[in-house]
Write a protein of this length. Structure first.
Length: 271
């Protein structure tokens, strides 16, 4: 029996947290390790990951030099006016997209910064869920409600509750589990009280609602600049672009991320 792809979902109901940037860098990391990778953009209306892929193809044509590419599928939500029908269509369309990628080892799915049936369907099939989170209490509010004076946890918030529900549905459906990571993104290099408070709250919350906390990417201009060319920090040497200390640090952050999310076969490959 053929091995099914390991599905990695980038999810957060808040926009602007860097889901598409992290998605692209995870995709290219796995491709450069020699794995076959499929990608699905279920945020195809905004289409940031799809445009990133288009920009990469354009750069490949312009350079005349091959760069690794995933097999990419953009998905639009159902336009059916009946909610139940729309939910069923979204689920079916996602299943059909995944079926087209069954020969790949990994499938990376980028989701919208909002709640939708298609996004929920994507979360429900995740083997690994990565939730990028900007280093601010505004973004943290999607995970937890806090007391303003003491920062004590009142209760999990909307997105955390949704993930918990999808975890239950996954266990019921196929006895599978979702390995959930919360990634603090755009970290400042400056030590600040807000940063320390975020660290304390996230560590406490991780134990309470069942995710693993990992540091993500620093606040680096390079991650935003590369979008227009469809490149990642792993492509700079191939493209003969000058490497700065910031670029080297960004590559190390990416290596650390891939190592910490503990994907199957990756540890064996690195050993």
């Amino acid at each position: 029996m053929a091995q099914k792809p390991h599905i990695i979902v980038l999810g957060n109901e808040k926009g602007g947290t860097g889901k598409s940037t992290v998605s692209m860098h995870v995709i290219i990391s796995l491709l450069r390790m020699g794995f076959s990778v499929g990608s699905i953009d279920v945020d195809a209306r905004q289409g940031t990951l799809s445009r990133y892929m288009d920009n990469r193809k354009a750069t490949v044509e312009e350079m005349g030099k091959p760069l690794p590419l995933s097999t990419h599928i953009p998905l639009l939500p159902s336009q059916n006016s009946l909610r139940e029908k729309a939910i069923e269509e979204d689920k079916q369309n996602l299943e059909e997209a995944i079926a087209q990628l069954l020969t790949t080892r990994f499938v990376v799915i980028d989701t919208p910064g909002s709640d939708s049936p298609l996004s929920r369907a994507a979360h429900a099939v995740a083997d690994t869920l990565i939730t990028p989170l900007n280093d601010s209490f505004i973004d943290l509010d999607m995970l937890v409600r806090l007391k303003s004076d003491t920062l004590d946890i009142i209760r999990p918030s909307t997105y955390a509750e949704m993930v918990w529900e999808q975890k239950k549905q996954r266990a019921i459906r196929d006895q599978g589990s979702i390995n959930w990571f919360v990634l603090r993104n755009r970290l400042s290099s400056i030590t600040a009280r807000n940063k320390e408070q975020m660290e304390t709250v996230i560590q406490t919350l991780a134990k309470r609602i069942g995710f693993r906390y990992i540091p993500g990417f620093g606040e680096r201009v390079i991650f935003r600049e590369l979008f227009l060319s469809g490149l990642t920090v792993l492509d700079l040497e191939d493209c003969k672009m000058p490497m700065t200390l910031s670029h080297v640090s960004a590559k190390q952050e990416l290596r650390n991320l891939i190592q910490m999310i503990q994907l199957p076969d990756v540890e064996r490959l690195a050993a």
